[in-house]
Design a protein around this ligand. Structure first.
Ligand code: CAA
Length: 261
């Protein structure tokens, strides 16, 4: 595995934990962090052994406090377009990788940090987590997919309120509005996210990849088209050894031994 200047990457069994590690800048995302995150996701996508990703933040205070305001402050529109493109490309790769990606939000998840968490399949938060899209306070708007993923996650009115007021919400409110799936104490956060990713890793890998594909792609389609995609994906799995193994194991009352084939 490559080494990274701004990330810590550790494999815990089948689950890869990526820690964004610039605690002095509250893990703010500059071009290097986004490039390194993209690289590790691409490296993971071709790995046979990694079956889940967990993203978290280094230090006590933050998951990610946003895109790096210092490095954005002098950008012209062309540079801002390229930077936003880099953030969007990362989000697309996180959505396209055929394994679960869980954000373990351990503190501030603001601006680009909230957008990074939204680009993960789902979010677990610690009781100390804070979420917000404060870009309007800086005279800009979310640029890493936040307006659109927030809209799809929590609905139009809440997305408009969060993106227009720039207000921070706590973990309990984030749970209430469906932005996060689960809230636990900080000490249990990483362990809880890794446990869920490990459970998913024990399922048929081809099936997990298809679940992810049909749900992410289906969200952008009509119900009829999305249902057709589901039907086709369901059928395609009957050509896999994993389907034979999974159903044979059920009937023999034993655990399935999936090979991802
Ligand atoms: N970019 C760069 N540096 C940041 C940062 C960011 N987004 N957020 C925090 N930091 C730095 C601070 O400048 C400070 O550095 P120094 O010690 O060198 O001064 C250090 O991290 C610690 O931060 P604070 O002293 O501010 O800590 P605090 O506890 O008082 O406040 C905070 C914490 C409320 C998160 C506050 O830091 C804050 O409001 N940060 C900015 C949040 C923000 O606006 N994010 C959106 C960025 S825009 C964006 O993300 C665009 C996009 O969609 C792509």
């Amino acid at each position: 595995m490559s080494t990274y200047e701004t990330l810590l990457v550790e494999d815990r069994g089948p689950v890869r934990v990526i820690t964004i590690n610039r605690p002095k800048a509250l893990n703010a995302l500059n071009a290097q962090v986004v490039a390194e995150l993209t690289e590790v996701v691409e490296e993971t996508a071709i790995s046979d052994s990694v079956r889940g990703l967990v993203l978290t933040g280094g230090g006590e205070k933050a998951f990610v406090a946003g895109a790096d305001i210092k490095s954005m402050s002098d950008m012209n529109p062309g540079e801002a377009l390229a930077f936003a493109g880099q953030g969007h490309a990362l989000g697309e790769e996180l959505n396209a990788i055929g394994i679960p990606v869980i954000a373990a939000v351990n503190g501030f998840a603001l601006g680009g940090g909230c957008e990074l968490a939204l680009a993960c399949d789902f979010i677990y938060a610690s009781t100390t987590a804070r979420f917000g899209q404060p870009e309007v306070k800086l005279g800009v708007i979310p640029g890493f997919g936040g307006t659109q993923r927030m809209l799809r996650r929590v609905g139009m009115a809440r997305a408009l309120e969060l993106c227009m007021t720039g207000e921070m919400i706590d973990a309990a409110e984030a749970l209430r509005i469906g932005l996060v799936n689960k809230v636990v104490e900080n000490e249990q956060l990483l362990e809880t996210a890794v446990k869920t990713a490990t459970t998913i890793a024990s399922m048929g890998p081809l099936a997990i990849a298809k679940v992810k594909e049909v749900i992410h792609e289906g969200a952008n389609k009509s119900l009829d088209d999305a249902n057709l995609q589901e039907q086709t994906a369901f059928a395609s799995l009957f050509a896999s050894a994993d389907q034979k193994e999974g159903m044979a194991a059920f009937m023999a009352k034993r655990a399935a031994d999936f090979k991802g084939q």
